[in-house]
Design a binder for this molecule. Structure first.
Ligand code: 3HC
Length: 726
């Protein structure tokens, strides 16, 4: 087999055949690799000079699992036969039941199908830090090469269920403690030790163990039943709208009750059903969409090299500024935090320390790394430390004159290569940079709160932002473990602009007489982390009030004016900040709907006079869901039409990571396409007639509804952009 994708086999004088998987960058199990493995195993079985086999991966990685591109092909064609038979043909028959022992030599990672291959071997030798896991459920399927059966038999039922249902990776070091790995060694010793081990098994000096036949780690039937029942209840709570969690437990149970072979047979059947599910289509789409956001035409494909960003100045130590500083510090980037007075500076430094301690408590940062992060932070009350910074991120309040004067100052003080970024969530970047001559290095770095935790980084560029500045910010984004999405400059940019109708639709529904807690319930049952009213409580009413006029000016007749937040504030309610919003907030307790908010709602309805004949309208839960989300989809269509995003999939990722849109629905546009443009258009048209322009379908939606082309499909040549944002 030639080319980069291949399986090689070398037979040593010791009689060990070293079979190596080569498919950069993660040695995924492409059908060519599977075919190659079958050929090499068949050859090794037939050769008299081969006594034992060592299976490994090239370039320091064992294997990242089955090639997920094949899932995409299955989704496109509906043809499950594109999945090669690996479970029985290769893992059970050729490897585990083969006449010559196999030992896995593991480095880097063994995930999904990769881990399943090693569990079909008779022993596993690994470097200590290698990552082991079965993350198939994150792709809407279950392990399909025997993993649901062999993992419980190697590490016990509770740990196997945790690893599969939570897609949790463990290190090989932990794997050794739990019985998944037989021995640990350094990378230099790996192949030598694995060869030795394989020969020891061949010569019956070490046990020849077939994982699938084991029962010693499964516990008694009653114990297994209790564990499975608990796992089922837990899965009902955390994965209510997904089929793969319960399905995985059913398959595990089959093996516990009727033996490993029966489990493998059921696993194959269920896998084939799940791979065609809407959930799997959605999750596989998100997997690739997330990895495509950093492919930016005109930026990442023109041979530019990212410059090193060693030191960043953050202006403003409020919630956002301290969160951004925290994210940079934990990734070993030096930060100068600038504030206007010692009290504010101290408050910012305290918030950063609190953020870091929180990360330590969550187990995502060690104490040593926390001390290192603190040592990289310097406080400042003036610009003297800005002379050698590579990037500035301004995170002060949303006041145009303040931002303009900051940018005029930093342009003079910072070195000419320094990137001048703003964390504004609404203000036009051309206005922010109006008083400078540095439009090419002005860029938006829009983080989401809390900035050290939320994974999305919306990178906003204007027509004049240089590709180098965009590339540098993408690179910083990756270093600080964010998912960067590059968007154009407009009111609210991609995320807040797309979602401006989300809260407004909820207010409109309340004005029509729908119970606000019911709206929140419908939206959370759909899979959002919380409903729009709870979100407003949590975000604080200040945000809603600050953007109100900006949205009204930008979105004209499609903007729904609601006075509800003002009324809430007038009644002494500020949301979570003062413990009293639509919900009541008490420390340590879940938010409780506040029945006394009803008099504010009654007043709101009296003022708006929207209820026909003074009576509440009757709507089903589905109507509510659609009346909240279809206007959001409609605005997303405008965002795509105006080229604010490069591709529809970027909006999917932005909606998942920025707004908590359920990942298993594939993101906003992917979901909208499962509903259908024509249906969405017909519903919006009907509501526009009854309730006005808030629902009026955009021309992009109308065109897609007529042509039958999916909303997510790229524009055709005839559909020239109405206005370019980038
Ligand atoms: C039947 C079986 O049970 C079914 C299965 O095995 S399903 C597959 C199970 N495996 C997985 O889910 C692992 C998926 N991969 C990952 O989690 C991560 O890619 C990783 C931890 C392996 C590496 O992460 P990281 O170093 O950050 O690199 P990342 O950017 O994600 O991936 C590098 C490239 O490899 C690709 N890749 C990673 N895993 C892949 C896979 N299993 N199949 C195909 N491509 C894969 C990515 O798409 C990316 O491609 P690109 O450079 O063209 O964008």
């Amino acid at each position: 087999m030639a080319g980069a994708i291949r399986v090689t086999m070398e037979v040593g004088a010791d009689g060990v055949a070293l079979i190596t998987i080569c498919n950069p960058p993660v040695n995924a199990l492409h059908p060519i690799i599977i075919q190659g493995l079958k050929e090499k195993y068949a050859e090794a079985a037939g050769r008299d000079d081969v006594k034992a086999i060592v299976l490994t991966g090239a370039a320091g990685k064992f294997c990242g699992g089955f090639d997920i591109n094949v899932f995409t092909k299955v989704h496109e064609t509906g043809d499950v036969s594109l999945m090669p038979d690996v479970s029985v043909d290769l893992v059970s028959n050729m490897m585990e039941d083969g006449k010559k022992p196999s030992v896995a030599a593991i480095q880097g990672l063994a995930l999904g199908g990769g881990l399943e291959l090693i569990m079909g071997c008779h022993a596993r030798i690994s470097t200590p830090e290698a990552q082991l896991g079965l993350p198939e459920l994150t792709l809407g399927v279950i392990p399909g090469f025997g993993g649901t059966q062999r993992l419980p038999r190697l590490v016990g039922l509770p740990k196997a269920i945790e690893m599969m249902l939570q897609s949790k990776f463990i290190t090989a070091k932990e794997g050794k403690e739990r019985g998944l790995i037989d021995a640990l060694c350094s990378p230099d010793e790996l192949i030598k030790m694995s060869r030795f081990w394989a020969l020891e098994i061949a010569n019956y000096r070490k046990p020849w163990i077939r994982s699938l036949g084991r029962t010693d780690r499964l516990g008694s039937l009653s114990e297994a039943r209790a564990i499975l029942s608990m796992a089922r209840q837990q899965a009902k709570k955390v994965a209510a709208n997904m089929p793969q969690h319960q399905a995985c437990l059913d398959v595990v149970e089959e093996g516990v009750l009727y033996g490993g072979q029966a489990g493998v047979v059921k696993e194959a059947k269920v896998f084939k059903e799940l791979v065609l599910s809407t959930t799997s289509r959605a999750l596989v789409h998100v997997f690739f969409a997330q990895r495509s956001t950093t492919k930016v035409p005109g930026v990442t494909d023109i041979q530019l090299k990212p410059r090193k960003i060693r030191k960043v100045a953050v202006i403003g130590g409020g919630l956002m500024g301290s969160g951004i500083a925290t994210a940079l510090l934990v990734s070993n980037i030096s930060v100068v935090l600038k504030e206007v007075n010692p009290q504010f500076l101290q408050r910012g430094q305290k918030t950063i320390a609190g953020n870091l301690e929180g990360l330590v408590k969550r187990g995502s940062l060690t104490k040593d790394k926390m001390s290192k992060a603190i040592s990289l932070l310097k406080g400042a009350l003036d610009y003297s430390d800005f002379k050698d910074v590579d990037m500035v991120i301004e995170a002060v309040i949303e006041k145009i004159p303040l931002k303009q004067s900051i940018f005029a100052d930093i342009e003079k003080i910072c070195p000419p290569h320094c990137i001048l970024a703003t964390n504004t969530s609404t203000i036009d970047l051309n206005i922010v940079g109006e008083k400078t001559n540095s439009q090419d290095r002005i860029i938006g770095a829009h983080f989401f709160s809390p900035a050290h935790i939320m994974p999305l980084l919306e990178i906003v560029r204007t027509e004049r932002t240089s590709p180098q500045a965009v590339l540098d910010l993408i690179t910083v984004g990756k270093i600080i473990k964010k998912v960067p999405v590059v968007v154009g400059n407009c009111t609210g940019f991609a995320v807040n602009r797309t979602f401006f109708p989300y809260g407004q639709a909820a207010h409109l529904l309340v004005s029509l007489g729908i119970d606000l807690f019911r709206i929140d319930r419908v939206i959370s049952n759909f899979g959002m982390p919380m409903g729009p009213f709870q979100l407003q409580d949590v975000a604080g009413y200040g945000v809603a009030l600050a953007v109100k006029d900006i949205y009204a000016a930008a979105f004209g007749t499609r903007n729904f004016h609601s006075g509800l937040v003002e009324l809430m504030a007038k009644n002494g309610r500020q949301g979570k900040i003062n413990g009293k919003g639509y919900y009541l907030y008490e420390k340590g307790a879940k938010p409780k709907p506040d029945p006394s908010v009803q008099h504010v709602i009654d007043e709101y309805r009296r003022q708006t006079k929207k209820m026909p004949g003074g009576k509440p309208v009757t709507l089903s839960d589905q109507d509510i869901l659609e009346m909240v989300f279809f206007p959001v989809v409609n605005e997303a269509c405008r965002v795509m039409d105006e080229n604010v995003v490069i591709r529809a999939a970027d909006l999917d990722i932005a909606s998942v990571l920025g707004m908590g849109f359920p990942k298993y629905r594939g993101g906003l546009i992917f979901w909208a396409d499962t509903v259908g443009a024509s249906y969405i258009h017909s519903k919006l048209s009907k509501w526009a007639e009854i309730y006005g322009d808030f629902f009026k379908p955009s021309s992009y939606l109308e065109e897609r509804a007529k042509s039958g082309r999916p909303l997510g499909a790229p524009k055709t040549a005839q559909q020239a952009p109405t206005r370019s944002r980038m």
